[in-house]
Write a protein that binds this ligand. Sequence first.
Ligand code: NAD
Ligand code: UDP
Length: 323
Amino acid sequence: MHKRILVTGGAGFLGSHLCDRLVEAGHDVICLDNLFTSQKSNIAHLLGRPNFEFVRHDVINPFHFEVDQIYNLACPAAPGHYQYNPIKTMKTSFLGAMNCLGLAKRLRARVFHASTSEVYGDPEVHPQVESYRGCVNPIGPRACYDEGKRAAETLMFDYHRMHGVQIKVVRIFNTYGPRMHPFDGRVVSNFIRQGLAGDTISMFGDGSQTRSFCYVSDLIDGFLRMMESPAEFTGPVNLGNPNEFTIMELAQKTIAMTGGKARLGASRPLPPDDPKQRKPDITLARERLGWEPTVQLAEGLQRTIDWMKSVDLADFRAPTPNY
Ligand code: NAD
Ligand code: UDP
């Protein structure tokens, strides 16, 4: 059945891929975004579609649309972006979730919330299961994001318990693919950009820290399955690719795949509170959503490299000051 769907953060990396899928499926899609960390080019191809609308708005201010479903993705996600104005990040995370929930309560709409593996902090449990409560430094430079996302999860579950709002909470692990902001400072965008330019690769720490990277099409598949799953399944559920590797391995692979000219630079200090290891346990997603990633790293990296080659980097700007 065709639905009316609001996507906050819909012009961003993940949001624009989600809008693509929802528009293709024939839903009526409203994309709400203040373009803080994205640009209209991500959704330019959708602007002429009769079932797609773009609204420039900041989620910290209330909004009202008649919809059946809300996907709440609005929030800067890359460390450099969310640390740019940490107070704003916390407001976006908490007030954005509250405004979505208030609207969902009035409309009896279903809310999907994009949470993050960062709620586990620098984890002592490996791989991370949903029941693990995390190890977050509440006063460090990552806290605005981690604690903002944790508070948003709390709000989701309190609206669910108090008001019966239907919630769908996913904890997203590192995801990559076309339309990642080339200057977001995240490791995949940095390494590919540096690799293609034959520059020095910026390695933080000794490269032994691990991550598990999920290709964007797999993740969006998980989003759609979660939103359409039975109402009683609220999550939180981990979505990510359990294929774990070190950042050094990622650097070597990216160098080889981008022409082999780039070189590893002297290692820079590891940023404070940088998690040493991260890998999702996706048993719950397998069982409840019948979901698991299918795109392997080499294939996903190739598609991302091809995309980065196809864009003009001069078209991308640094995040807009947004106080
Ligand atoms: P992104 O920065 O590309 O997208 C976020 C979007 O939200 C951008 O379009 C931005 O302009 C918009 N936005 C930010 N603040 C806003 C505000 N106050 N009002 C309205 N719009 C606002 O990042 P992404 O990677 O697409 O992340 C999307 C969501 O997924 C975020 O909530 C993020 O926390 C979550 N997530 C992403 C990853 C990942 O690896 N990509 C991992 C974990 C969680
Ligand atoms: N990283 C790196 N070089 C970079 C950017 C990041 O070595 O140019 C490291 C970073 O310290 C972290 C990992 O790569 O250990 C992933 O960083 P990213 O910012 O992509 O995501 P997150 O830390 O949020 O998982």
